[in-house]
Design a binder for this molecule. Structure first.
Ligand code: HEM
Length: 517
């Protein structure tokens, strides 16, 4: 009898558990939330599936293209639902302009859930930080020590050195008649420039590349997790916690040793020479505006390495592919460089203002092939965009790829046409600046836009300039295959560019560069 009672009790307990579980599932997945459309005028929405909403539309390898097709069919502002979590997708230049004009502060947060002790997307990260005291303090430190005009001027020699080595490597390969993997060479250049500017030394590219690739993939997962909310988001993020911790630990190990080196150097020489020194000084300053920790220092360095390297690598690769596929562009570009710089010394940063066509080639490359095809923000409060209501805590995804191929904003949007960025008169330049603000968003917009834009133009411009000035390029195919692939969140070439340099001069141009510096 006792045993029977026990079984009854167990069954009853299981039954109650099942009821509770079904109720939870029902209320989470099936019960309709109070339909906000009854109260608000939400943006249009494509047909969705039960439970998952529009999730199936986001499961695409070339997501930027699937979303672009979706917006062509249903509209430039769309309301999507991932389970019950709202996402607003923006795909036109004019709407993107409107949200940054009218709602910049409201969407100045990326909505990342801090993964506590991690250097990435954690509570120490500058990129993930909400717009507030920490972000403002760090932005000031970054402008003073890396991105501002004075800091830029001071680090010019470092970049010239790296550029010279970049040319030297290519020249070496040309002599040995070896092919060049553009991504690998561009990574050395980009990584060394950024590392030397912020830490006064370079890091091992192999080690960095391995970490950056892992991090890129992880970021994609966190990016999607961040479109979700509350406990569900925490659950998804916790699934990647181990991965995040492992990558973070490896970066931490690398950066802690460099930090210790800097501490020793500062104790002996008392002289600040790079960003890490400035951050250490702030860390030791009792009266600093914001009290930062060692983790803040390592996290911002990791942020800069991550945000500043791969984007440039991909742009340099796409630019060379476009230049080789468009012989008329190559001819005009080389003509401009030869006439301004000549053939006896290597191009340098200070030549760039006199090379408008080179600048236009870089801009047009990023327009057609933005390395980050979309970026994510979060609404803090409900707001109206184009007359539609966008509720609070909605993920706002701007499809930059679609915006910069928007046929309403760009003439021949699919054609590689650097001339579109050439402005002859001052009035035209002003017009171009205004237009650019509206429809050219590869670096984002508003207060959370990319602080590295000018620096990136200089590093990429001189790198592309060197490749065009110093070498002819041979390929095995008649036309370079421009198919796209996405690695992590970066838009890259499906068939990495491998080309053979032939030096245009029998002697290296670098010794003459040294005389100029
Ligand atoms: C081709 C080169 C680059 C591209 C296309 C690019 C693009 C972007 C984009 C789209 C954003 C997000 C903007 C937004 O949310 O509105 C961003 C943010 C950021 N980028 Fe870049 N970037 C490039 C190079 C760099 C470089 C060289 C650095 C630094 C060394 C850098 C550092 C950052 C940082 C720190 C942020 C976060 C800003 C914040 O949260 O306030 N980027 N970048």
């Amino acid at each position: 009898m006792a045993a029977m009672n026990m079984i009854d009790f167990q069954n009853c307990f299981i039954f109650i558990l099942l009821c509770l579980f079904s109720r939870l599932c029902y209320s989470h997945f099936f019960k309709k939330p109070k339909d906000p459309r009854l109260h608000f005028d939400l943006p249009p929405s494509p047909p969705s599936l039960p439970i998952i909403g529009h999730l199936h539309l986001l499961l695409s390898v070339l997501l930027h293209r699937s979303l672009q097709k979706l917006s062509t069919k249903y509209g430039s502002i769309l309301y999507l639902r991932v389970f019950r979590f709202p996402v607003v997708l923006i795909s036109s230049a004019s709407i993107a302009y409107e949200i940054f004009r009218a709602h910049d502060l409201n969407i100045s947060y990326r909505g990342f859930t801090p993964t506590d002790d991690s250097l990435f997307a954690g509570s120490f990260s500058f990129i993930s930080a909400p717009y507030g005291d920490y972000w403002k303090f760090m932005k000031k430190v970054l402008v003073t020590n890396v991105f501002g005009p004075q800091a830029h001027e001071q680090s010019r020699g470092v970049r010239a050195d790296v550029l010279e080595r970049f040319y030297g490597n290519l020249f070496d390969k040309a002599i040995k008649k070896q092919s060049v993997e553009i991504c690998a060479e561009a990574l050395k250049l980009s990584n060394s420039s950024i590392c030397k500017m912020i830490m006064g030394r370079s890091c091992s590219e192999e080690r960095f590349r391995a970490l950056a690739t892992e991090l890129d993939v992880l970021t994609k997962k966190l990016f999607f997790a961040n479109m979700l909310r509350a406990w569900f988001k925490k659950l998804v993020v916790s699934l990647f916690k181990k991965e995040t911790t492992v990558i973070s630990y490896r970066f931490d190990e690398l950066l802690e040793s460099i930090l210790v080196e800097h501490e020793k150097k500062l104790d002996v020489h008392h002289q600040r020479t790079d960003l890490m020194d400035a951050l250490l000084a702030a860390y030791r300053d009792e009266n600093a505006e914001y009290k930062i920790t060692r983790n803040h220092i390592k996290s911002i360095i990791a942020d800069l390495l991550f945000a500043g390297t791969e984007n440039q690598v991909q742009t340099i690769q796409w630019a060379m592919a476009e230049i080789i596929n468009n012989p008329n562009v190559l001819e005009r570009l080389r003509g401009e460089i030869d006439s301004v710089v000549g053939k006896s010394r290597l191009i340098q940063e200070t030549d760039l203002p006199k090379l408008p066509y080179l600048q236009a080639v870089v801009k047009e490359t990023i327009r057609l092939h933005p390395p980050g095809p979309f970026f994510l923000r979060f609404t803090k409060e409900g707001c109206r965009i184009r007359g539609f209501y966008v509720p609070e805590n909605t993920s706002v995804v701007v499809n930059v790829y679609a915006v910069m191929r928007d046929p309403d904003a760009w003439e021949d949007p699919l054609v590689f046409k650097p001339e579109r960025f050439l402005a002859s008169s001052r009035a035209e330049q002003e017009e171009e600046r205004r237009e650019k603000e509206i429809k050219y968003l590869p670096f984002g917009s508003g207060r959370r836009s990319c602080p590295g834009e000018n620096l990136a133009y200089v590093i990429m411009g001189t790198a592309i300039g060197v490749m065009v000035q110093g070498f002819e390029w041979r390929t095995t195919e008649e036309k370079i295959n421009m198919d796209e692939a996405v690695v992590g969140l970066s838009l890259t070439m499906a068939h990495p560019l491998k080309i053979i340099p032939v030096a245009r001069t029998s002697n290296s141009l670098t010794s003459s560069l040294q005389k100029c510096l």
